[in-house]
Design a protein around this ligand. Structure first.
Ligand SMILES: Nc1ncnc2c1ncn2[C@@H]1O[C@H](COP(=O)(O)OP(=O)(O)O)[C@@H](O)[C@H]1O
Ligand SMILES: [Mg+2]
Length: 139
């Protein structure tokens, strides 16, 4: 897996913007990492890179939030509160995945079975110093 050392939130921003440029319709991005590793923060920067003007809020209680003001629609999922992939299936996640936009799924490891085979996975870990993160990417 490709490993990226993120030294600060500014690096997260640059990574998010770079990824946003490469995203195509129907791409699913899986963010896997502990609380506070920066899944929502990275999502905000990907959204910024897509040109989304709305404020990105954490969809913990709503499971999914949609944004339509950018180059591609963004469907932002946080599946922390779901029991398993069946719950995500029931809210119609697969329709979102293939609706022509970009789907970003926080805590995606909890619903691995439902994710498309070509999902872009980013495993996020804390680095050694404050602000540092290590991204392990399957792409
Ligand atoms: N390099 C970094 N990347 C992302 N967030 C960082 C970084 N360094 C510090 N942070 C801070 O860590 C916190 C991450 O919170 P959040 O994005 O909500 O995490 P998660 O969604 O994974 O629980 C934010 O307060 C953010 O400012
Ligand atoms: Mg979050």
């Amino acid at each position: 897996m490709r490993e990226v050392l993120i030294k600060s939130e500014e690096d997260t921003r640059a990574f998010g913007h770079g990824l946003a440029e490469k995203l195509r319709p129907n791409t699913v991005v899986a963010l896997i990492g502990d609380l506070g590793t920066g899944k929502t923060t990275l999502t905000k920067y990907i959204a910024e890179g897509l040109g989304i003007k709305e404020t990105i809020t954490s969809p913990t209680f709503t499971i999914v939030c949609e944004y339509h003001s950018g180059r591609l629609p963004l469907y932002h999922f946080d599946v922390y509160r779901l029991e398993n992939a069946d719950d995500l299936f029931e809210i119609g996640a697969e329709e979102y995945f293939y609706a022509g936009g970009v789907s970003i799924v926080e805590w995606a490891d909890q619903v691995a079975e439902i994710l498309p085979d070509d999902t872009l996975c980013i495993f996020i870990e804390y680095g050694q110093k404050e602000g540092e993160r290590v991204y392990k990417c399957t792409f």
